[in-house]
Design a protein around this ligand. Sequence first.
Ligand SMILES: [Zn+2]
Ligand SMILES: [Zn+2]
Length: 343
Amino acid sequence: MDDLKFGTRNKRGDWTPNEPAKTAPLFVFPPRPLAVLKWLPHYFFPYNALFFLSAWAWWLWVVPDTETMRRLAWGWVLWLLAVNAVAVFLWYFAFELRLYIRRAQGTRFKYNARFPADTPSDVFWFRSQNLDNMLRALLSGVPIWTGLQVLVLWAYANSIGNWLSWADHPLWLAVLCLLVPIIHETHFFLIHRLIHTPLLYKWVHSVHHNSVNPSPWSSLSMHPVEHLLYFAPILYHLVIPSNPVAALFQLHLAGFGAVPGHVGFDRIELGEDIAIESHAYIHYLHHKYFEVNYGDGLIPFDRWLGTFHDGSKEAEARMQERYRRKVARLNARRAATAPDTAS
Ligand SMILES: [Zn+2]
Ligand SMILES: [Zn+2]
């Protein structure tokens, strides 16, 4: 597929889309019903629908019966850990294998022309971004994900929380499942903004940002504290009237849904003329510039707060102006608190 029909490539070989990144047409004033209708299929396909189905698959074929889950026991907990680890490995590795190991589409639609495997760095374990990111995902990400999953399932099995059945409350549960991505986006924006405060950034979030040029394994390459915060929305389902499937959907959206945002390619080619959009550009720009795009654009938080970067020259100029003002502010504060050397 000719990626230059959709974007441009600079001297370094980095590809940039012609169209600036867009936030979803929700929560805008005046409302844009036609734009919402046009956008709506993207809300479901392919990712959200896939993770909703995977939540059902877990509930039907992986999660043990309620009687078993009443008691915490190693057997079922380790079983869930193993299934989650295998599923994460297969899902993440499928993207890595095709795009980063086989390099099946070369650098077509790739935002950063370099491949992490070609640039070893001391910031990573074993100087390898891939190995570092994969180990962090599997050694810390999956156990914390499973821990929260076990906690919520055990709680439901012991009548803690408000477990509604699909038969009695189909409408509310359908609405709740529609809201799951919105809950995720709101929570993600808030915790992400929090861990960008100087102390937490240094202690926690800098681990994730070591990957300036992310690949699929970077998605869950986080400090354990960030893993805990990132997967925490499943706990909301113990407070709001819900159902284990909706809770699992919340978890899968975070765990499996992180991949498209870190895939590093704007489109994933499926054939000569077919490609699916990754919607990765907004988060790619976050990894590139750090202090823009704290959200993924489902809700326009960054637009409201002036931190949105859509990849355009105008957005670049706005960001530089914001940095300039920040540096001036810091310098003024430093000058005000510095001891008076003149006297
Ligand atoms: Zn990221
Ligand atoms: Zn960040």
